[in-house]
Each structure stands twice: as structure tokens, then as C-alpha cells.
Write a new protein. Structure first.
Lengths: 350, 350, 350
């Protein structure tokens, strides 16, 4: 609460598609309590509060394709209106807010702002997540850290050398190359660990003495959606691709100071190998749950409800992506508050 | 806290009588921390804070019929004065507030307001709770929900069809009859499930195919004291009583957003049957602890410290009792704040 | 938080010396998050927040004698400056606040105020803690109670008769003698249980029928450092010393309403006896953790963020030491805020 401003005319990930089966699911998204369920005509996202006694509708059940409140049995359909009252006519006034919702790229997305502007084409491309030629492992964790701290984390992957040392540290780190660029409002970063031996996470899968280049490229899209492309190539020959993976890091603010973190790892090798699935799952559990999350939560404890940028952090060259992403996000939130249609932010002179 | 206004010239249930034996018991009642113990001359209720160093007196022990502070051994008697100082004369200034307290109908009641107005006759009739011809099972639960949400719950029993579905749901629900009336400031509600087969909770005790009327009548008395009379009768013949029970639902506000819930179930059949006791206890544990409480706490999370009625809830005909009870309570609190003697609230035209 | 004023030009105990080995340790001291580690040239105390992304430095590791941030590997040395950046020159602006720190009397002390005034000679004498002729058992507990409540506790040991009844209660209590005096800004209290049989804690170690005097003398030094000298003597002959012990009770505020409590028990008998160590440890665990702490935390719950003295507590003669200690502390905090050099507080007329 505390009047934090969020971008509203945008898609937020509400859940992975497979999180919602027969039961409704309730989550708070950027301050709005929302319930999503699968109705007769597909996904429905509603304000998660019955207008009668204000019980969360997500405590209810999907009955005859609509959502029945757990307290007194009022039922709500896709249009947000009460469509059934077990003891009489549905009251006219009984209606809840409806949110545009869509399932795409294995995720369920909700749109918080003006429904007329809810264009599915605005969802960034994460088509790899449903590519049948790939093996994709997804997961979710909840963090007591503001989503903007996660943006910083994902747009500056130099942290892998320290936070994920046991998986990702490379002797090539001191020679790290990195660059930042922008396409429209998307911010790209690439870091390359040049000419080093494989990091622990991949050392088991190849000759541990072989010298390679590892490149991690991130594409950040507002509000906090990151596609990461990791590739292993012959030293100095980026066109000699050996192997790699994509991953998705989709962060949704819950309230100020807390966020939902949806992650996915997608590979085009060992696609039918459960042992590799398991190894990926282990990496996600430890890497995100036990390494990133405690760092972000410790940061949150220090930053509290202050604006990190106003605390005058020391800025390193490797922060270029994060600073730009925060600036774009702040500008778009401001434009939205002023009623200005969002335009791509021009790339600033560095 | 937060300036919530409570009715003070009224009796609140502090505990069941059997909760207080040799040790004192401390609870916060409508914002006031109170300790009750059994002294030489009977029950004593005091402000639960030693005037010396402000340790709760409820951490102490009953010694020689008075209450000894756990920290430095000052002792306080029925009059609220320090009656013993282990190292000298009791200091004149050492005294705490005394609350009128009485044990009646198996419960211990405290009066928060003007002691001169603490008339035991103002306690509503729950004499069935100590009727030796009946078997009564009592219990207590603490809920992170405002007591007014419990008033709504108890004055609109249509929720049993949904919240307590596995115990109480009836095929007769769509034909439910209900009415609301008032006697003085007491609000009555009756709902009848006409001509249906027995609900699961009683189906084992009778012919499960037999058709019956089930009626639940509630009497609400300010601030939040409910007597529920459930009766099973021959269809359409309310005078042909088969069996039934009384229950008490005595809700005491602790602080804004939390309450104490004292419940009791009293029957005149199977009075000496421990198996029936056990079945009742199970119903109370699940029905109140695992069904009602989570609903009320989820409601509380949505409503927060707002006034529910100011959130403009949709009002159903079945809310007639709850709305009236809230109105009477609000009126009496207002009168009390303005120093007007409480008069029964005239029954409004519906 | 909430603008609580602490004395800053003074030493606070940060940890026992043996709490800090190869890893850094982070604690909040009087509102300041501080990290202490053992660097190449000894102890270093820094602001516990990396100036880059505000992650607590205490999550990092000591590397090459300096402290490496867990997030991006910046390293900070004794001077508070960033001395190593793995990807380039250390940024000029990357520096954190340095606190004077010293290890003395088995404890690690930090100074929050003006570093130029951080004189080790201002640490009260607790030399017994490192006396090789003595056996000393130390411990730590964290309490959700304001440190000033611990001052009251430690400057009025009459509470042992009640709070620590099973260890310390004496039949001589009603004849208790006590006095209060002051030396500079140090407040002394002595209580004597005259001519009684041994309390339970020592009854096993001597003739349980022998009559003795037990005296407990406390020396309080600002902000909240107490030396307790307990001695057992022949009745009426204080020079006929039988045995005794010293203990240290070093309380450090964390935030308003919480404190760190460092305790130590030091004896000159049974010095090499592990069974006695164990008995002392048991006393500390129960006495402080299960007896004092719940009392202080219950007090805190009642007092909240109010100033206890403004709640107009009843003052007993036995509070003389605590009242004086609080007065001296308040005066010194006020002087510090006004920029007046601290002077010993004259002993008030009683």
C-alpha cells in the first residue's frame, strides 16, 4: 500500500498455466487482489472480493463454469456479474471488477489498466516456453523484496560470479566483457566470460579443461519481464555455437516490498532426459530460492520503503542496464499517471 | 487501538468458568488488558498491569487469596489496592482498576463501563448452559477477525449451507424460509429448511430418508451474544418437535481486528453419552476452527480497519438481522459516547 | 526508528569475542546496522550496507583480510573504502562508515559517536572476565524488550526472590537490607539477605542448615553495563568471606523495544570443573532466558513505545538505583543532543 505507483497498462504474469486447474487461484498483483479460474468459456480474472461480505472469491469453488463464493453461494461469471443467487434473483448491484486475462507462453497474464488497451500483442515474445522441441522446467517463488530489486538482479548478471559461485563462477570473470543496448523500450545486456574453462554447472557435461566463451544476454521488457539467452561458444568465435539455453524470469509485484517470481529454464538438448530436468530444478531451487532470494530480502530489509535510486547508490558500469530499465519504468508510470500514451523511451546518450 | 469505540456499559464474556482454577488468567477485552482470579471472596477482575513496573499481573500467582505480582511480589486484592509489600508498607499509590465480574451461565463476565450500572440482570438468559438435565460441551477459539464480522456470521445462518456444507447442507435450501424480528434491543432471526431429508450431521441419528423441517432461530443481544435454538420437526407441523439443541455463541472483541469466540452446544438427548460429546466436540473444532474462522479471517484481511458498512456491501434479504444488529450496536455506542442512557432501539419499519 | 534517542558517545557491546571467527557478524546497535570482522590488522567495524546496492555486508566473506560483498564482490577494508572491484578500479564514492571497535574484557565494543572521543579507557572495568585464575561462562540472548527495562531489572535485584525463586529465594528476604550510592556517573546498589539459610542455587554446595549473609552488589555504568558481585559471608561479619562470584550483564539496545543481552558468570572456585560450568550454564539459560526475558517482554508489551517514567510508575525504595540510572542516562543523552560535553551527574539529594 503506501500509494506505490505501478504501471497498470501492461501485462503481469499471474501464474503458470498449470497452476490453475479445477480450483480458482487468488493472488495480489501490484496491490490488486485478483482471482483467476477456468470458466466455461475459458479463463476469467475477477477482483478477489465478493461484493456481499467481502470474502475473497478465491476461497470458493468453480461450479457450473462460474465462481461460487464460499460464504453464501453467490456465483459470479466472466462478466463480473452475479449470475446466481441460491435464494432469489441475483442482485443488480452484485458485481466485481473484471480483468483482461490470457494464457500465452505457458503463463497466465492479467492486465490491470484500461481493458480497451489490453492487446495480447504487447506481451513480449517468450514463445520458446511452449516450443515442443524444447524441454522447459518452470517454477515459482515468493520473495519479501520489491520487484524493482529483482529488475536490478536480472539486468546485471555479474552477480552470478558471487551469488551463484558454486554453479556459475568462472576464472574468466576478471576479463568479463559487457555491453548494454536498447530496442524500443526493451533494454538488452550481454556479458561474456571469454576463453575460460567451464563453470561448475556445465563442467560435468563437457571436457572440464576445454576453453570456451560463455555469453549471457538479457532482454528486459517493462515492467519486469526478462528473457535470458545463455550460449557456450568456441573462444573468440561467437558463430561456433556449442550449446545453450533460454530462461524466463518473470517478476510480478505483489505489494510494495514483496513480489512473485516466476522462472523457467528451457533447453534444446537432453530434451527427454529426466535427470537433466532434475538438475535444472535443483539449480532453480538453490539458485533462486537459497541464493538470490535471501540477498534480495536482505537488501529489502535495508532499503525498506525508500526509493533505492534516491539513496544515491554507487553506480558501476555494469549497472547500465538496470539503471536504464528503472528509468524507463519510472517514465512510463509517470506518463500513465499523467494520462499520456506511452511512447518508447529514446535511448539516452551514455 | 486506533480509537475503535466499543460498548462499555455491558457484560463481555471473559472466559468459561472452568478456564480459571488456581491460576489467574489474563485476556484483553475490548482493548482493556484484564486479569481474573479466584480470590478468598470469589472472583476478582483487575487491570492486568502492576502499577509498579507494569508487568502483567496475570503472570503472577494467587497467594493467600490475593494476586502476587511475578516481578517483585506486590500483592493486590479484590479492591484493586496493594495489600502486601514484602519489604514494607504497601504504597498508597499502588492500586489498579477493578472491574465488576460475575460467574453466570457457566461463563465469567466482566463489565467495562460504569461499575454502578453493572447489573447482573443485564446478562442475557443462557440458563440452559447450566441445566443439569442437559449435556453441554464448551470451547474457545481466538480469531484474527473483528467481532462485528462474527455478528454477521451468527445473525445470518444461511452460511451453514456453504461453509458447513459437509455437516449442515440440505437439499431443502432453495426453499428456505426466513424472517427477522426484534424484541427490545434483541434481534431475532429464524431460518427454516422445509420438508427435506436430514443434513449429514444428523443423518446418522435418524432415518436418512425421513423428511423433516429444520429451524434455526437466533437471538442476538448486544454486543455480540447469540443464543441459537435448532429444532427438527415434522414437515409443516412446527409443534411436532422431534429433537433439537441450544447453542451459545459468545463473541468478545479483543482489539480491532481480533476477537475471542466462546461457544457451547447443549442437548437434552444422549446426555450421558461420551460418544455424542465427542461428535459435538468434533463439529465445534472443525465447524468453528476450520470452517468459520478461516472465512472470517480472510474477510478481515480484505476489510482491514475499514467499517464494513461504509464499504457499501451488497445487502441481501438474509442480511436483515445482521444489519439491524450492527445498527443497534452503533447507536448504543454513540449514545454511550454522548452520555445518553441507553434506551431500546425502536424496531425500524422494514 | 521512531526517533528514539540513544547515547552515542559511549561503548556498546557488539558481541562476545569468541562469536567472531572467520566470518563477519552483523548486528544492529542502537539503530545502526553494523558488521564486525577480523581483518588483517585486527577488528574492523563498518556500516553493514554496501554502498552499491545496499546489501548487508555481513552476508559476505572475509577475503584477503578485507570484507567482500556477497552480491557483486566489492571489497571494503578497515578504512571503510572500497579497496577492490573485480571488474575495474574501486569507485571513489564507494565507502562506508567506520566505527571505532575494540576487543576488551572478552567482549567486542563499538563506539557510535564521534570517533575522536572513542577512548578505550571509558570502558568500565570488567577485567575479571579475562582473569586466568577464574572460570567464566558467557552467553547471549535477544529480547523483545527495551534495554531500559533491563536496566531496571539489573539495578533492582530484589526481583530474584520472585522471578528466580527456585534458584535464589531466601527466607531472609523480609529482613532484606539495601542501599544505593553513586561514584561519578556509576550507580551502586547493594542488597543483603541477612542471616538466612542458603538459597537453593548454593544449598547443594554447602551445609544447607548453615546460616549466612548473601550480598549482591551491582555497579551500573551508562548506558547499561552492570557488574554484579555476589558474596556469601558469615552472618553479621562481612569480612568473613566464604565464597562468591562476579557476573557481567551487558545490555545493548538494538532498536526501540528490542535489545541484546550479553551475560557472563565468573567464579574463583571449581575453576576446572566442567560440572560447575554446566550448572552455571543451566542457571543462565533458565534464569535469563526463561525467567527474566518473559517478564521483560511482557512488560514491553504493556509499555509499548511509551516512556515508562511518564506512565507514572509507583516508585519503591528499592527502585532508587534504577531511577537514578535512568535519570543519568536521560541527562547524558540530552547533553549529547545539545552538544554539551558529558560531565558526571552530581549525586542528587535523596
Amino acid at each position: 500500500m503506501s500509494g506505490a505507483a505501478y504501471l497498470r497498462n501492461c501485462w503481469y504474469v499471474f501464474a503458470w498455466g498449470d497452476e490453475i486447474g479445477e480450483s480458482p487461484l487468488g493472488r495480489t498483483i501490484a496491490g490488486d487482489p485478483i482471482v483467476v479460474f477456468r470458466g466455461d468459456d475459458g479463463l476469467v480474472a475477477l477482483e478477489d472480493m465478493c461484493p456481499h461480505r467481502f470474502v475473497p472469491l478465491s476461497r470458493g469453488t468453480v461450479t457450473d463454469g462460474v465462481l461460487e463464493c464460499a460464504y453464501h453461494g453467490l456465483r459470479f461469471g466472466a462478466g463480473g456479474r452475479c449470475v446466481f443467487n441460491p435464494l432469489g434473483d441475483p442482485p443488480e448491484a452484485a458485481k466485481v471488477r473484471v480483468y483482461p486475462v490470457v494464457q500465452l507462453h505457458a503463463a497466465i497474464w492479467v492486465w490491470l489498466g484500461d481493458p480497451d488497451r489490453a492487446d495480447v500483442a504487447l506481451i513480449p515474445d517468450f514463445a520458446f516456453l511452449t516450443d515442443p522441441a524444447r524441454a522447459t522446467v518452470t517454477g515459482y517463488t515468493y520473495a519479501r523484496a520489491d520487484y524493482q530489486l529483482a529488475i536490478d538482479n536480472l539486468t546485471d548478471l555479474t552477480h552470478v560470479q558471487f551469488v551463484h559461485r558454486d554453479f556459475q563462477a568462472s576464472e574468466a570473470y576478471p576479463r568479463l566483457e559487457h555491453r548494454t543496448w536498447q530496442e524500443g523500450d526493451d533494454v538488452y545486456r550481454a556479458i561474456t566470460f571469454p576463453d575460460g574453462r567451464p563453470a561448475p554447472f556445465i563442467a560435468g557435461a563437457m571436457d572440464p579443461e576445454k576453453r570456451i566463451d560463455i555469453t549471457m544476454e538479457t532482454r528486459w521488457s517493462a515492467p519486469s519481464l526478462v528473457k535470458l539467452t545463455a550460449s557456450v561458444t568456441e573462444p573468440g568465435r561467437p558463430d561456433h555455437y556449442l550449446f545453450g539455453n533460454y530462461s524466463a524470469h518473470l517478476v510480478t509485484p505483489e505489494q510494495p516490498g514483496t513480489c512473485h517470481y516466476f522462472y523457467a529454464h528451457s533447453r534444446d538438448y537432453g530434451v527427454d532426459d529426466p535427470a537433466t530436468d532434475q538438475r535444472v530444478r535443483e539449480w532453480q531451487r538453490i539458485g533462486f530460492g537459497e541464493q538470490d532470494k535471501p540477498i534480495l530480502e536482505a537488501q529489502q530489509a535495508r532499503v525498506g520503503n525508500r526509493d533505492l535510486m534516491k539513496m544515491r547508490p554507487v553506480i558501476l558500469p555494469t549497472d547500465a542496464g538496470g539503471v536504464r530499465a528503472r528509468r524507463i519504468l519510472a517514465k512510463r508510470i509517470l506518463e500513465e499517471e499523467r494520462g499520456i500514451a506511452a511512447e518508447p523511451t529514446p535511448e539516452p546518450a551514455q
